[in-house]
Design a protein around this ligand. Structure first.
Ligand SMILES: Nc1ncnc2c1ncn2[C@@H]1O[C@H](COP(=O)(O)OP(=O)(O)OP(=O)(O)O)[C@@H](O)[C@H]1O
Ligand SMILES: [Mg+2]
Length: 377
């Protein structure tokens, strides 16, 4: 596995040394896969779903063929079919015998193949004549992979299939029935659009109903993340005090991506010991980089919607958006206008409704950097 340039990578997976915690979640997912249960993995954006999938792959070990596919990058069923073939080819490429078998089958489809000059991974494209041919190809590829022994296919951002040019419910039904014929292959469906995924997997009317086990991940506990960050600084002969680490975790609101982003900056500026000034200047840099897109965002909605967004940012968490205190404090007018604005902001994924363990729901700005930026204005 490659070493990251900075011990706090902001994309990609670089092995357990750079991955904090998630032990229970990893064990639970592995136990499910080993016992023949498929998984649906839910979490809000940038909490660490994709990282966790790769971490699970790492711990499953060499016996498993692990195929990862970001369905968000497939704009049609044809793209998906090609990406699945490509991902499978790369997954089996570490085993010469399997690679040969898969390639021999693949060559019958007359693919255009190349190697990515940057990553070295194999790329391919097949020009399918019909949707039927795509279905047959996926079926055969899965059957072949299944015959290779234990395997897992992770379909990340799976809700994307709803936007394809084919009837997505019929595709769901078809994937479900194909899945049932496989002996050794398990599936992980993951995504951040909870309502879309939940409708697919929890509605009795839909093909995937009751076919998977739900798993969800939340923020990494503060103590664990704090120890992890201090340790990594130490391993690289640098120091950071727990006070400074807490400040980073607070600013990032525990959101994994934002913690990584700020740690990455602070680490890169630290010669011996991280200081308050380094943290402040790193935060200012992050604001400066995002400022233009936030300005554009403000002009893409009404003044009132922006006002509601700012009010939520200032509060941090809003339990009752229609309460008198919230409305009068931020001069928002009527509760029905607040609700309409909230509906708009939620549909644009600017505001997210979170559930606490005790079942209480609250609204928070989805993008924590935007939240912090609005708070400081
Ligand atoms: N447990 C972890 N420890 C350290 N870094 C992590 C951890 N989990 C994720 N990351 C890092 O945090 C960032 C966001 O994680 P990831 O991309 O896995 O989130 P995601 O939930 O898949 O996001 P998205 O919704 O955008 O797809 C990445 O840079 C990833 O490397
Ligand atoms: Mg992801």
């Amino acid at each position: 596995m490659n070493e990251p340039l900075n011990p706090f990578p902001i994309y990609g997976y670089f092995g357990p040394a750079y991955f904090c915690n998630r032990e229970k979640e990893t064990d639970a997912i592995i136990a499910s896969l080993k016992n023949g249960r498929n998984i649906t993995l839910y979490a809000p954006r940038r909490i660490g779903k994709t990282g966790l999938i790769h971490h699970v792959f790492h711990h499953l070990g060499k016996k498993w063929n692990c195929v990862y596919l970001d369905v968000q990058e497939s704009f049609s069923f044809k793209d998906f079919t090609n990406s699945l073939l490509e991902a499978t080819l790369n997954a089996v490429s570490k085993n010469k015998t399997l690679l040969k078998q898969f390639q021999d089958w693949l060559l019958m489809l007359r693919p255009v193949m190349s190697a990515n000059p940057h990553s070295g991974s194999l790329q391919l494209e097949v020009d399918f004549a019909s949707e039927n041919q795509q279905r047959t190809t996926v079926k055969e590829a899965l059957k072949l992979l299944d015959s290779f022994g234990p395997g897992v296919i992770a379909l990340d951002e799976f809700q994307q299939i709803n936007s394809w040019d084919v009837d997505s419910v019929s595709i769901e039904g078809w994937i479900r029935s194909e899945m049932q014929q496989l002996k050794n292959l398990r599936f992980i469906f993951s995504g951040s659009q909870y309502h879309l995924l939940s409708e697919m997997f929890n509605s009795a009317k839909r093909p995937f109903y009751a076919s998977t086990q739900a798993a969800s991940i939340g923020k990494i506990p503060t103590e664990d993340y704090s120890a992890f960050i201090r340790n990594l600084f130490k391993n690289y002969n640098r120091k950071i005090s727990s006070n400074e680490v807490n400040q980073i975790l607070n600013w990032a609101d525990g959101n994994t991506y934002n913690v990584q982003l700020l740690c990455n900056r602070v680490f890169s500026k630290t010669k011996k010991e991280a200081t308050q000034e380094l943290i402040d200047s790193s935060i200012l840099e992050i604001y400066a980089e995002n400022k233009l897109s936030y300005m554009a965002l403000s002009t893409s909605m009404s003044k009132y919607q922006w006002q509601v967004l700012t009010a939520i940012a200032l509060e941090g968490k809003v339990y009752q958006a229609t309460s008198k205190e919230f409305i009068t404090h931020h001069k928002l007018g009527s509760s029905s206008s607040v609700l309409r604005a909230l509906e708009f902001l939620t549909s644009r994924e600017l505001v997210y409704q979170y559930l606490e363990d005790n079942g209480r729901a609250y609204y928070e700005i989805y993008d924590i950097i935007l939240m912090r930026w609005l708070q400081k204005k």
